[in-house]
Design a protein around this ligand. Sequence first.
Ligand code: FMN
Length: 328
Amino acid sequence: MQIGPYRIDPPVVLAPMAGVTDKPFRLLCKRLGAGLAVSEMTNADPRLWHTRKSLQRMDHAGEPEPVSVQIAGYDPAMLAEAARFNVANGAQLIDINMGCPAKKVCNVWSGSALLQDEPLVARIVKAVVDAVEVPVTLKIRTGWDRQNKNALNIARIAEDSGIAALAVHGRTRADKYEGEAEYDTITAVKAAVRIPVLANGDVNTPQHARHVLDVTGADALMIGRGAQGRPWIFREIAHYLATGELLPAPQPAEVAQILIGHLEQLYAFYGELQGVRIARKHLGWYARDRPENAAFRQVVNRAESAEAQLRLTRDYFAALAAGELLAA
Ligand SMILES: Cc1cc2nc3c(=O)[nH]c(=O)nc-3n(C[C@H](O)[C@H](O)[C@H](O)COP(=O)(O)O)c2cc1C
């Protein structure tokens, strides 16, 4: 998939996730095969740009290109200014959030709530595209609710306004994260526009990735929750798409190496206190599907220092590699 001057290869993209796709996680996913990793959303309101959280979100030092930054807001001029600010700060792609159903976002009339107001969507998209030289991408849901699936209208607005690529999550805003994603609307969007379309929603395995690409005809896949705790999903999907063969699951020793590296990056990026806290979330996801999951989470949640968290994690994976935990 081509977005402006950037070739996105493999066409498997880490979805923006607030509280998840920080720089350490984006770097990890890119290293493990993601063709592109979109930042957490950055609020378009300049009054929020100087908080510690915002400054951490705007740190792109050492990030492989293209650096994609998502902005969220409701006011065209404010979003245009936020786009300019982020480009000056290293963004090589600007992504507009019209996909997020989170209350915090929708209460101020942004995220997927915007889909309800097509003229406003057109004004926002045009303002942002006109504001910056870099390609602008858009992320949407299939519509406002099941009676109002207007993704096709929005896609045409996006294309006419110069949007460089469109990601569609196969749920409406009212669906939140419930039920299963549907791909028919994504198929219709792909058939209606010439700009690249990314299919998003519930892609968790290489086989499902192939299926979604086949049924939608989309140019790329966007993966969110499937990458939580499993950042190697990108290389697994990329390999399967390229060869039709499944890679073996990573061995505990490799998982440990990836995990320890991730923890160290989190401590370095956030400092020890915050890093340890954020790491708990990722460790929980890593252990999610394992029978010994509960015990591991308890152990790791007890750790208050980086040293203890690293030691308990190393011990856990050493025991896992030795087969000691399988009998437990
Ligand atoms: C924890 C979490 C945070 C999210 N934050 C954002 C966000 O900041 N911007 C956005 O456009 N979508 C956000 N999303 C939606 C995802 O990008 C994605 O569209 C959705 O999770 C469906 O894809 P999946 O089934 O692969 O997870 C978030 C999703 C989750 C689970």
